[in-house]
Design a protein around this ligand. Structure first.
Ligand SMILES: NC(=O)c1ccc[n+]([C@@H]2O[C@H](COP(=O)([O-])OP(=O)(O)OC[C@H]3O[C@@H](n4cnc5c(N)ncnc54)[C@H](OP(=O)(O)O)[C@@H]3O)[C@@H](O)[C@H]2O)c1
Length: 183
């Protein structure tokens, strides 16, 4: 299993503002979708709230220490898949969505091993990138060209210490994605 972190950030490391993304780049949303679909994504409770729905065709793991109303708690050994676990816990709202709430990064890795498929993508926000930083094998970084005003969520440079770029891809809308792996 490869652990990948995917993020879009401006030249100052800004990634968020007022609980959401500070920009709207359809090309980046398309890139995110084609990169992560068919795999597992793990996100923080605030990012989950900002997305507002489970990302389709992906197991969605949500990190929270206090639990999520309406989201099934991970139940190790129970059920044969995340979708079933979620559906049993809250059949009306969650059938077919594939959402698991977990209380730690270790539990997220276990939930992926048990219920997920493909690679595990850390999709933010800042707290969750930090929680997984030492285990990340690869960073996928969309470079937002303009600095954002009034951003309130940033990634520290230290998260990328020891990584080097091994390829870049133009994805449209004037955006470039850098792929970084451990040097
Ligand atoms: N540009 C990008 O690519 C990108 C990607 C994702 C998000 N964002 C932006 O980033 C911002 C949100 O980031 P954020 O750092 O404020 O919040 P976040 O990481 O999305 O969520 C934080 C919450 O996750 C839970 N959590 C975090 N670490 C945990 C751990 N080790 N164990 C258990 N639970 C843990 C806690 O939930 P509880 O409080 O429920 O315990 C915590 O309050 C938003 O503006 C969002 O739009 C940007």
């Amino acid at each position: 299993m490869t652990l990948k972190a995917i993020v879009a950030m401006d030249p100052n490391g800004a990634i968020g503002r007022d609980g959401g993304l500070p920009w709207h780049y359809p090309a980046d949303l398309r890139f995110f979708k084609r990169t992560t679909r068919g795999n597992t994504v793990v996100m923080g409770r605030r990012t989950w709230a900002s997305i507002g729905r489970p990302l389709p065709d992906r197991l969605n793991i949500v990190l929270t220490r206090r639990g999520l109303e309406g989201v099934a708690e991970a139940a190790p050994g129970e059920g044969s898949g995340a979708t079933e676990t979620a559906a049993r816990a809250n059949r009306e709202e969650l059938t077919g969505t594939g959402v698991i709430a977990v209380a730690s990064a270790d539990d997220a890795l276990r939930a992926h091993a048990e219920h997920g498929r493909g690679d595990l993508y850390v999709i933010g926000g800042a707290q969750v990138y930090a929680a997984f930083a030492r285990r990340v094998d690869e960073w996928i970084v969309t470079r937002i060209p303009e600095a954002v005003a009034d951003a309130d969520t940033f990634l520290p440079d230290s998260l990328f210490a020891g990584f080097e770029r091994y390829r870049s891809e133009e994805i449209g809308d004037g955006l470039v994605v850098d792929f970084l792996r451990r040097a």
